[in-house]
Design a protein around this ligand. Structure first.
Ligand SMILES: Nc1nc2c(ncn2[C@@H]2O[C@H](COP(=O)(O)OP(=O)(O)O)[C@@H](O)[C@H]2O)c(=O)[nH]1
Ligand SMILES: Nc1ncnc2c1ncn2[C@@H]1O[C@H](COP(=O)(O)OP(=O)(O)O)[C@@H](O)[C@H]1O
Length: 199
């Protein structure tokens, strides 16, 4: 495994695994981020995946503390007020946020930390951690994106409409990010992420 330096030790703006340990993976809902993340973690168990907090209700099969920490709106607002989040955002009617302390501890201990978050949060992280490596996952087409969201069969029609609307806005921001990867062939997309992370 390649030796990586910590963020504090790297003033360089060059975005490669030796100049930062925070990786931000973003892209529209349904593009395949979650599926890519799961495969990435299976292949590279040394990565630290940051489990977010959300006010979204759990989907069937989602376990508290694994997919997300599921919390009430009032609890989430309390956590925001206490400064417990590195970033947080509202998405399709629910709050999502990255626990600050766990992520910073892992980065400090030398781990490669991966956040899988939506656009507004990714922008916040880029602003506070310019050294972070940011990756935007694109769908092969908007039609294919809609197919994937529907095919997943997890969201109400209203939630699907909100996600698709948001997706249009998100896709336009793709070039703000260091690397863009089209998730057409799954294996090829996964390998492109591995190249971005490990060279
Ligand atoms: N800003 C932010 N976005 C998050 C966080 N956790 C998850 N998200 C994003 O919130 C969006 C909705 O997530 P989710 O409800 O699980 O739906 P799905 O990604 O479509 O399966 C996705 O784009 C996630 O990447 C977080 O901690 N912060
Ligand atoms: N390359 C791909 N080709 C076809 N379907 C895919 C591909 N990647 C992911 N999917 C499927 O698309 C759906 C949405 O993926 P998911 O990981 O839940 O997206 P996200 O986390 O970005 O919302 C899932 O049913 C997943 O199996």
């Amino acid at each position: 495994m390649m030796q990586v330096l910590s963020i504090q030790n790297c003033a360089t703006t060059k975005k490669n695994p030796s100049s930062g340990k925070l990786i931000v993976l973003t892209g529209p809902s349904g593009v395949g981020k979650g599926t890519l993340m799961r495969s990435l973690l299976q292949r590279h168990p040394e990565l630290y995946y940051s489990v977010s907090a959300t006010t979204r209700p759990p989907r069937p099969g989602e376990v508290n503390g694994e997919s997300y920490y599921f919390v009430s709106r009032s609890k989430f607002e309390e956590l925001i007020a206490q400064g417990e989040f590195l970033e947080s955002a509202e998405f399709a009617g629910n709050y999502y946020g990255t626990p600050r302390e766990a992520v910073l501890n892992q980065v400090q201990s030398g781990k490669l930390v991966v956040l899988e978050i939506e656009l507004a949060g990714a922008r916040q992280v880029r602003a506070s951690f310019p050294e972070a490596l940011s990756i935007f996952i694109l769908p092969p087409s908007f039609e294919e994106l809609e197919k994937r969201i529907r095919g997943r069969g997890q969201d109400s029609e209203e939630a699907i409409t909100r996600r698709l609307q948001r997706a249009k806005e998100e896709i336009q921001a793709a070039d703000e990010f260091d690397i863009q990867i089209v998730n057409d062939n799954f294996e090829a997309a996964l390998q492109a992420i591995e190249v971005a992370l490990f060279g």
